[in-house]
Structure formats: C-alpha cells, structure tokens
Design a protein around this ligand. Structure first.
Ligand code: ADP
Length: 455
C-alpha cells in the first residue's frame, strides 16, 4: 500500500539526496573556479620559500634535517635529483606515481602546478602527482622538490567536527520527519475509521483529537457532519414512524367500520353514521397525503416558485369568505383590518400559509371565541397577523410547534396532523418571510408573518 507515511519518508530522503548532490556540485564549481588556483599558488609560494632557504645550505646532508623539520610542520615532501635519487619526508604518499616528463621539466627549472582535475576531491588525494614541484640547484646538482600540505593537516579536527555535525543533522532530520509524519497521519487514519463507522450508520463514533491546524478544522467539520447526520437519521426515523402511525389509525377505522357495514343487522341510522366516519377518515387520509406531498416538494431545493403580483388584503378577504360557514358553525366572531398590500410572491403558497393559520385559529379556539385578522403595509414591510382568543400555547411548546408532526396536546388532535405549522415555516423560508408567535395559555395566540417587499 502506498501510504502517506511512506510517501513522506521517501520525499524527505529524496530531497536530502538531491540537496547533497546539488550542494556538492555547487561547492565543486566554486572550488575549481576560485579556490583551486589560490591553493596551488600558495603551495608554490611555500615550496619556493623552502627552496630559498635550502639554497643557503651547503650540501645535501645538511639539507635533510631541514626537510625533516619542515615535514613536521605538516608537509609531505619528495625530492629527486638529476641522477634519479629520490627521498621522501613526512607522511608517506599513497601513490608515488609521477610522469618522468614532469620530473624532468622541474629538474630543468620549470614549476609543476599539480594534476588538473574537475572534481575537487582529487585535489585532496594523497598522491605524489597531487603536489606542486619547484626546481632547486645545490652543489652544482639540480633537484626537483615536490610538496603538498599533509593530508592530516587538510582533514583537521575541525573538519571531523563539521562532518559529524552534518551527519547528525541528516540523521535527526530523518528521525524528525518520521515522527512528524506519524503525528500528521494518525488523525487521518482515525478519521478514516470514523468515516467507515459513519457509513455503517454508527453515529456515536467520537473523535477525541484537539488540534488548532487544518487537520483540526477537518475533524471539527467531520464532527458537525456526524451530529447533523445523526439528527437527520433520527428525524427520518421519527418521520417514518409518525407517517405510519398517522396513516394506520384512519385505515384501521375505515377497515373496522367497513366490516361493521357488512353485518346485515345494522340499522339504517347506524349505516349512515359508519359511512360518515369512513368518509371523514378518507378525507383525513387525503389531507395528510396532500400535506406530505407539499412538504416533500418544498423540501427540494429548487421548488418552482410562480412569482406574480399578489394583493394580500384581497387574498385574505377571499380566505375569510371561504371559512364563513365554519366560523358560523363554531360561533366564532371574526373581525379584520386589512390595509391595501401588494407582494410579488407565489400566490398559491401564500394562500396555503393563510389557510393553515386561519384553520388553526378556528380549530384551537373556544366556543363563542373570536379571531382578528390584520394586514398592514409600511415602508415596504407587509405584516399579516392572526390573533385568536383560544386555548393558547404553553411556553415550553412554543419552540416546538413548527416541527413536523408536533402537536401540543394529543387530546386536541381530532383533525390535526402536526404538519400545518411546519408547512407554514417551510413556505415562509422559501418566500423570504419571518413567522413569529406570541401566546398565553387560555388567553389566546397571535401568529405574525412579516414580508420585506424587495420592489
Ligand atoms: P395540527 O395539524 O395539529 O394543527 P400544526 O402544525 O398546525 O398541526 O400545529 C401544531 C400544534 O400547535 C397544534 O397541535 C396545536 O397544539 C398548536 N397550535 C397551532 N396553532 C395554534 C393556535 N392558534 N392556538 C393554539 N394552539 C395552536
């Protein structure tokens, strides 16, 4: 498996290797172009001054202790005369190979500047060829003196420390990257496990990682997503159970009364009553289905709004006319104060809002109660309110009444489904309106819908 862990380590080692190669190449160029010539001419100067001192000596035998003491100062020396006699002083060379032509040229009085090479490390090799050569004349004999600083002098204690330092930095860098990678990848591994758990519907999988970086943000976003999915799942289950329950009870009633109708002993009066109940339950089912269909279509992000100019006051008058019979039936007095108000909105959805609010004001009213409908339009704000003198809603229920299937008091249920206000809320969101409610138990409720006209 090509893990991130392995990728990080391979990338680090690759970066280190490339850095070393590039660094060495650059150092080599700098050495060959600038430093090498300087080192060679310094060496020649030193060799020259050794030779100058030697020319004051009388013979080769007195020269030897002098060369020995020079070698002790940190130089490797090699001397050869015209007869081919040779001797070395100081640390021995690894290779004594040198072209006879070079030796001959130095014996003839020329300078030898060392072996040319484009790789700097060759200039540190412990070979006779890697020396500078100067001529020397003594007692009518000519000599060639080859010299280089001792390799021990070149690789001093400081260089050993520097090398150790570089190696330590490299090793520590690799260990650091391995640790960092583990530290970075652990939360990702845990996140993968948590995601797998989530896909298996385990919504309680907690990730106990606290970080302030991007991974921390990712984990926080994951946490929010988990909570939201958990909530959605619970809502889905509750929705299914509510829908099943709300469909089941009218269906059971229909089934029960239909069976009773089959009984030949049923009187005409009973038959009428059973048919009426079946009819009512069928209507309830039809209404529930209609509401569910509307909610589902509103849930979809792209509900096709049919925008047009709507006279809100006239729409409300039309609504009141529609419910006149029901108001009369329950002996509820309805008053209204409707200012002329116009909105650009979806007429059908808006009517649905008014319909739900008015039917609730009727349903949850009391005998001989009253309802007041008001519509006002000021500074582009259209406000519609339905105020009743009915049962009212307790404080703890106020926040919940807009939830799907929520019903305050199940005894009141009769022809309710708990979907009306959630439809109102959903439509208001879609139309850009705000719904608010004030209510007091046994005194009544007032639902207000506010639109900011954008025209
Ligand atoms: P339902 O179909 O039960 O009327 P709604 O979503 O329309 O469902 O209302 C939710 C709950 O809010 C109702 O069960 C009722 O208890 C309460 N409610 C809504 N409107 C009023 C009102 N005007 N007065 C008192 N209670 C109300």
């Amino acid at each position: 498996m090509n893990t991130l862990y392995r990728q990080f380590i391979v990338a680090t080692i690759t970066i280190l290797s490339v850095s070393i190669i590039v660094g060495l190449t650059l150092a080599n160029i700098v050495y060959v172009v600038y430093t090498q010539q300087k080192v060679t001419s310094n060496n020649i100067k030193t060799a020259q001054s050794i030779v100058d001192n030697m020319e004051h000596l009388h013979d080769y035998e007195t020269l030897k202790p002098y060369l020995q003491s020079v070698s002790k100062l940190g130089y490797q020396l090699f001397i050869v005369d015209s007869q081919g006699n040779q001797e070395h002083f100081g640390n021995p060379f690894d290779s004594y190979h040198i072209e006879p032509a070079i030796v001959q040229a130095v014996l003839n009085g020329e300078l030898y500047e060392g072996k040319q090479s484009f790789w700097m490390m060759n200039h540190f090799s412990n070979a006779l060829e890697n020396t500078v050569g100067v001529p020397l004349a003594l007692e009518h004999n000519s000599y060639a003196l080859f010299m280089k600083p001792s390799s021990q002098l070149l690789f001093s204690d400081f260089h050993t420390i520097l090398l150790g330092f570089i190696l330590a930095v490299m090793v520590l860098s690799i260990i650091g990257v391995v640790w960092m990678t583990k530290h970075l990848i652990r939360p990702i591994t845990l996140l993968t496990e948590a995601t797998k758990a989530l896909s298996n519907e385990n919504f309680n999988y907690e990730l106990n990682i606290k970080r302030n970086d991007e991974i921390g943000q990712l984990i926080e976003a994951f946490h929010d997503m988990r909570v939201q999915l958990k909530h959605n799942e619970e809502a889905r289950k509750a929705f299914i159970s509510n829908v099943s329950h709300d469909f089941q009870s009218p269906l059971l009633n229909i089934q029960g009364y239909a069976e009773l109708l089959l009984d030949s002993n049923v009187t005409a009066q009973q038959r009428k009553m059973y048919v009426e109940i079946i009819n009512e339950e069928a209507k309830r089912l039809a209404n529930l289905t209609k509401q569910l269909l509307l909610l589902t279509s509103l849930d979809q992000d792209r509900y096709p709004l049919k925008l047009e100019k709507v006279r809100v006051d006239e729409q409300l008058k039309q609504l009141v006319r529609r419910y006149q019979w029901r108001l009369a039936e329950q002996n509820i007095e309805l008053s209204y104060k409707l200012e002329q108000a116009e909105l650009v909105t979806d007429k059908e959805l808006l009517m649905n809002v008014w319909d739900n609010l008015l039917t609730n004001a009727i349903k949850y009213n009391r005998e001989n109660g009253s309802i007041h409908v008001a519509c006002s339009a000021h500074n582009d704000v259209v406000e519609v309110s339905f105020t009743d003198e009915g049962l009212g809603i307790a404080e703890q229920d106020l926040a919940l009444i807009f939830e799907r299937f929520y019903q305050v008091d199940h005894a009141r249920k009769s022809d309710g489904s708990g979907l009306g206000l959630s439809i109102v809320d959903q439509i208001a969101k879609l139309l850009g309106a705000q719904v608010s409610v004030v209510s007091e138990v046994n005194k009544g409720s007032s639902f207000t819908v506010q639109f900011k006209n954008k025209e």
